[in-house]
Design a protein around this ligand. Structure first.
Ligand code: F6R
Ligand code: MG
Ligand code: MG
Length: 383
């Protein structure tokens, strides 16, 4: 219907995977598909595409029920539950790990799965790109989003397309305080960078076009909010970006990913590593449970229907990026348990530090003035 708003919802969860945290089993995808086929028949959703990146099951859905619709969230929850049943039957690893609660209470946010949703009036031709990353955190999209919507060295349109020349508004979430702030580009560029350069705390949540406040991008950030009053930490993120005709072109949207920048996550959610763009066939985690990877699927939305996808990083144009990422992987790995490969103590998902400190408590002695080592240094030889 003309003027009717369509919603695209990307909802993801790790409900268990094959061979450790490596990749989703096809039978769990099948189980989730059955639920979405049923929802489509009942007219709850208009269309869907199910896929996976690493150990995360990804539900990409279009519908007319708006953002945060209880019906849509319940459908996703059911799909994850059915997939979890299969994961348990097959003895898959960490079966049901992201379904933090047994009962659905109207909104999937805060229950474990990650959600990125946006609602808009469909343009005559509506290209969108869905990014899905594994073994990293939502702040991993800070640098690419900045480049896409604020960096004229990446996005030529900011300079030479009159429809984008006014710039974009960035919504930034402070995940420690649970607060959101809006900054206007390019005037407040330095303020924005002062925040988003700390991607573990300040996360770009949404981007709007300044001239008409049309939404351009949204990132998932559920786990980063306080779940059950506790900061839970990282979550493998998803992002939706609208492209073309007054938004950055698809080529401008993909371009930042040609630089495999360092992101937090990787092994045990406790290491920095390069973000490697891959096609779906390579969306699996191996080296040190990584390296962190990102997939980009391009769709057209027509009358609310998802047309596609195009597997955008499945392309030799990103071979050199992947090779660079391999070199960085080797380089970072050689640091072993040392920072900055290993994350700082406040960001690690696994740590033994409190136990080690407790064990050594009695053995830590005050450093006295004039402290001398017990072992005597050998005398200086005299001529
Ligand atoms: C990181 C991740 C994996 C696991 C690692 C240890 O997000 O999922 O790197 O942290 O494989 O897993 P457990 O503790 O389940 O043996
Ligand atoms: Mg996992
Ligand atoms: Mg994962």
């Amino acid at each position: 219907m003309a003027g009717e708003k369509v919603t695209i919802s990307v909802i993801k969860a790790d409900i268990g995977s094959i061979a450790g945290h490596h990749k989703v089993h096809p039978d769990t995808i099948l189980a989730a598909s059955r639920v979405l086929v049923e929802a489509k028949k009942r007219g709850v959703i208009k269309s869907f595409y199910i896929t996976h990146v690493g150990d995360d099951l990804q539900l990409i859905m279009t519908h007319f029920k708006g953002v945060d619709s209880p019906e849509i969230h319940e459908t996703a929850w059911k799909a994850f539950q059915e997939a979890t049943k299969v994961a348990k039957d097959l003895g898959l690893y960490a079966a049901g790990q992201d379904l933090l609660s047994d009962a659905f209470s109207g909104n999937i946010r805060g229950m474990g799965p990650g959600v990125a949703e946006m609602e808009f009036v469909e343009r005559p031709s509506e290209p969108v790109v869905v990014f899905m990353a594994d073994k990293t955190e939502p702040g991993a999209f800070n640098m690419p989003l900045y480049r896409i919507f604020a960096d004229p060295f990446n996005t030529a349109g900011l300079v030479i397309d009159p429809r984008m020349h006014d710039g974009f508004i960035f919504q930034v979430l402070d995940v420690y305080e649970g607060k959101i702030v809006e900054l206007s580009m390019p005037e407040e560029m330095y303020d924005l960078l002062a925040l988003i350069g700390t991607p573990s705390r300040y996360i770009i949540k949404r981007v709007f076009r300044k001239s008409d406040r049309e939404i351009g991008a949204v990132v998932s950030s559920e786990r980063l909010s306080l779940i059950a009053g506790r900061y839970v930490g990282k979550d493998d993120p998803v992002m939706i970006v609208r492209a073309q005709s007054g938004f950055p072109a698809v080529g401008e949207v993909l371009e930042p990913f040609s630089f495999p920048h360092l992101v937090a996550g990787w092994m045990r959610g406790s290491h920095h590593g390069p973000l490697m763009p891959v096609g779906l066939k390579d969306a699996k985690m191996t080296r040190f449970d990584g390296p962190p990877r990102v997939v980009a699927l391009g769709f057209q939305i027509k009358n609310g229907e998802l047309i596609g996808p195009a597997d955008l990083f499945d392309d030799p144009a990103f071979d050199e990026t992947r090779r660079t990422a391999q070199v960085i992987t080797d380089y970072m790995r050689r640091h072993g348990p040392f920072m900055p490969h290993r994350l700082g103590p406040e960001e690690m998902e696994y740590t033994t530090l409190p136990d080690v400190l407790e064990k050594l408590k009695q053995r830590f002695k005050p450093v006295e003035m004039g402290y001398k080592p017990h072992v005597k240094a050998p005398e200086e030889p005299h001529d």
